[in-house]
Design a protein around this ligand. Structure first.
Ligand code: ZN
Length: 287
């Protein structure tokens, strides 16, 4: 690929969208925090390309969450997590405010299928979905209470998801990006060099993170929920072991925080973005 064509594929702009808030106790989120509840943003990412099309990384909350969780078993999710979700904060409404329409959204990455990341999937009927095969198989196999116990609201996921999805298989993670060591196996997620995916398991089965080299801006690594707060990768402040009750694999979670910490130290110009970190959200305002 010649340099010009590579540059043409790069995203030219990034918009960090906050789709609502949830609350969680600080000490659960990261060591060294108080037990007081913290108000966490629920972020998703909109990447704008040279053609004016949008690629979303996750879709955050929409008021659909409030409707779905009125009844059992989905109500258990709402009982476990206090939320603040407003109609005008959905990814779609915010994109419309920026001058885009639902049809401009051509690609959506689902980093994982927890309900605070999938709220807007139904709003973009023209989009192709991208996720790991493992995350999809884990989600597809569950329904009702069995899904809710894993943080998944199946009613938020389009019925034709599988038909519209490109699933990343284990063998797709085969690219080395030396700058991003100690993560060694990356996938060229859109097959054009504009973004790269890496497995970030622990928080949820099959979770992926996305590295985006941006035109004229600092590169971004969206780590989704690999940690909730930036302090976790800055100082290896792990979430409490109580999270074993609801996450997929605590040992893998800690291993990936260690790797993100190493990357944070080795690659200072990289913007590392956990999708619930208020500090990262505020910093991202400088994009
Ligand atoms: Zn999650």
């Amino acid at each position: 690929m010649c340099l010009n064509s590579a540059l043409n594929k790069m995203f030219k702009n990034i918009h960090i969208l906050n789709t609502g808030f949830c609350w969680a106790r600080g000490r659960i989120l990261a060591a060294g925090q108080s037990w007081a509840e913290q108000k966490l943003p629920v972020l998703c990412i909109a990447l704008e390309d040279a053609q004016g099309h949008i690629t979303l990384i996750d879709t955050g909350y929409t008021t659909r969450f409030l409707q779905i969780t009125k009844y059992f078993p989905e109500k258990l999710y709402a009982l476990a997590t206090a939320v603040d979700i407003q109609e005008n904060q959905s990814a779609l409404r915010q994109l419309q405010g920026l001058g885009f329409s639902a049809k401009d959204v051509k690609k959506i990455v689902a980093t994982h299928f927890h309900a605070d990341h999938t709220g807007g999937l139904l709003d973009f009927p023209d989009a192709t979905f991208f996720c790991s095969e493992r995350a999809w198989l884990h989600t597809k196999a569950r329904s009702g209470l069995n899904a809710v116990r894993k943080g998944i609201l199946k009613a938020q996921i389009p019925a034709d998801f599988a038909k519209r999805a490109l699933l990343l298989k284990n063998q797709d993670f085969s690219i080395k990006l030396p700058n991003l060591y100690p993560f060694e196996k990356w996938a060229d997620i859109f097959a054009d060099g504009s973004a790269f995916a890496v497995m970030l398991e622990g928080h949820a089965a099959g979770q992926i993170g996305i590295f985006i080299p941006l035109l004229n801006q600092k590169p971004v690594f969206v780590v989704s929920d690999a940690c909730w707060l930036s302090i976790s990768f800055q100082k290896k402040a792990y979430p409490s072991s109580l999270v074993r009750l609801f996450i997929d694999d605590y040992a893998a979670l800690k291993t990936n925080i260690d790797k993100i910490h190493a990357l944070f130290q080795n690659y200072p110009e990289l913007c590392i973005l956990p999708l619930h970190c208020a500090e990262a959200w505020v910093k991202s305002a400088s994009f």
